[in-house]
Write a protein that binds this ligand. Structure first.
Ligand code: SF4
Ligand code: SF4
Length: 482
């Protein structure tokens, strides 16, 4: 008689990849969940054993199995650490959609996930709530909720409240031009993924990215129609929905030489779509061609080398490795090299660089206690460097680290590396913006409140402005920053 397994027939975890694991345990000290709990089944090795068991005839997708898979952050630190080259990334990538297809989640769990995806993958919806968020921040409600302890009783809601950045409604509604010419000789045509969360909450990073690319000779195409790359859904096992988003993105960037990404989580998925759509007869070729063009913005800039002059930025920066950049994409040296080219900028390295900050897409909203514990640990390691600021190449990391620095009584700014490079190219005395918590009564994001701030310092524009993107204050559309 034919016996079923925990996994259905559509891309179950590959037995050959499972068999590559020799159970040596070298990956264990870098696995955040093993570091937290010391449980074998919450380690890469343990999860691989569970996948193996799931392939046994007669096995089913047990609740216990799902718990251990759900607790995995997908940080891929185990991939970096493994001396046997075990492709845990491919294994967990195959496992997540299997969980969603073959395990029945509770109603509350399904509702919470639906809310997160309905909000975070739709920039228009995020923008619609912008005025409400700004008003909420200005009110005394956040402080009152914190003091009441109410949010502690609903940890997922509490995590979301604490992670939401205090940006103004105006900052959330700015737009990039869709085509920005290169300054000087054009070296390549580059598509820029504006992202969903990135576009709304970190528009200033997108603006800095455009200024830097333009100054270094790239024509930038930033289509507003590309809503989201689908990474948040993909990392949670919602494969079909993520593919639908990915296909729109693939079409939109077909005529670009490269696609630049400034959000590590998005970049790792975008580089993977070629593999993930490998057996789709209509899309496999286009998806692979697209993945081959994707570069993290630091990777692209380092591959081509600098054009625009770099001016001093006298800051000591602790560099935080975003897991989806360092582990999932193997991009570690490029952001560091890019920052080291900035005169007078000092780089420091925190302890436990390889251990995730607990953000991991929406992990900190699905597993808030574990996410917070890792966030506190990361903040403490960053503070121990005594750096004046932190650099991180992923919006989720920025929000998570900012929250936990603040909770430890510190408000050192967290910048994207391109913000620092933008500052250097412009010869400005401060980055264009940073994510900092507003003090009580501010009610809004304090733009550029980094070391050496000078209110109203517009600084030079890159190569004459390039379509207005180089304006120091305000967006390409001319709107002033808060
Ligand atoms: S995944 Fe790699 S490092 Fe971890 S136990 Fe298996 S072989 Fe060893
Ligand atoms: S991806 Fe990260 S959390 Fe998951 S098993 Fe590997 S190291 Fe652990």
């Amino acid at each position: 008689m034919f016996e079923t397994t925990a996994f259905d027939a559509h891309h179950p975890p590959d037995q050959d990849l499972i068999d590559d694991c020799v159970h040596c345990g070298f990956c264990l000290p870098t696995c955040p969940t093993y570091v937290l709990w010391g449980e074998e089944m919450d380690s890469p090795r343990g999860r691989i054993v569970l996948m193996d068991r799931g392939l046994d005839p007669g096995s089913d997708m047990s609740a216990e199995m799902v718990t251990h898979f759900d607790r995995c952050l997908g940080c891929m630190a185990c991939v970096t650490a493994c001396p046997s080259g075990v492709q845990y990334d491919k294994l967990i990538e195959a496992t997540r959609p299997q969980v969603e297809r073959n395990h029945h989640r509770s109603l509350s769990e399904r509702l919470w996930r639906s809310v997160l995806f309905a909000a975070f993958t739709h920039p228009a919806r995020l923008r619609a709530v912008a005025p409400l968020l700004a008003a909420y921040r200005r009110s005394g409600v956040p402080a009152a909720l914190g003091a009441s302890g109410l949010l502690d009783r609903f940890p997922r809601l509490g995590a979301m409240e604490r992670l939401t950045p205090p940006v103004s409604a105006g900052a959330m509604t700015r737009r990039l031009p869709e085509l920005i010419p290169a300054a000087g000789v054009k070296r390549a045509r580059v598509g820029l993924l504006q992202g969903c969360v990135q576009r709304v909450f970190f528009h200033h990073v997108n603006e800095a990215t455009v200024r830097v690319l333009v100054a270094d000779g790239f024509e930038v195409v930033a289509p507003a129609s590309v809503r989201c790359c689908g990474a948040l859904m993909l990392h949670s096992g919602y494969e079909a929905k993520s593919f639908a988003l990915a296909k729109k993105m693939i079409r939109a960037f077909e005529d670009c030489d490269y696609v630049a990404v400034n959000a590590a989580g998005c970049g790792s998925s975008m580089k993977d779509y070629g593999h993930l759509m490998r057996d789709d007869p209509e899309w496999s070729t286009a998806a692979q061609a697209f993945s081959d063009k994707v570069r993290d913005v630091t990777e692209l800039l380092e591959d081509f080398g600098p054009v625009a002059e770099r001016h001093p930025v006298p800051l000591t920066i602790a560099y935080h490795d975003a897991c989806h950049l360092a582990h999932a994409q193997g991009v570690r040296s490029q952001p560091r090299d890019l920052l080291r080219r900035i005169p007078e900028l000092g780089l420091t390295e925190p302890a436990e660089w390889e251990v995730c900050c607990g953000s991991a897409g929406i992990y900190n909203l699905l597993q808030p206690e574990a996410g917070a514990e890792l966030g506190r640990r990361k903040a403490a390691n960053l503070l121990a460097t005594k750096a004046q600021a932190v650099a991180a190449g992923n919006p989720g990391c920025t929000l998570q680290i900012t929250r936990h620095l603040e909770e430890q009584g510190e408000e050192i700014p967290v910048y994207h590396p391109v913000e620092l490079l933008d500052m250097s190219i412009r010869g400005a005395s401060r980055p264009d913006s940073s994510i900092r918590r507003a003090s009580a009564g501010d009610g809004a994001h304090r733009a550029g409140a980094g070391p050496g701030d000078r209110e109203g310092d517009d600084g030079p524009t890159p190569e004459g402005g390039a379509g207005g993107v180089g304006r120091r204050r305000g967006s390409p559309t001319g709107e002033e920053r808060p």
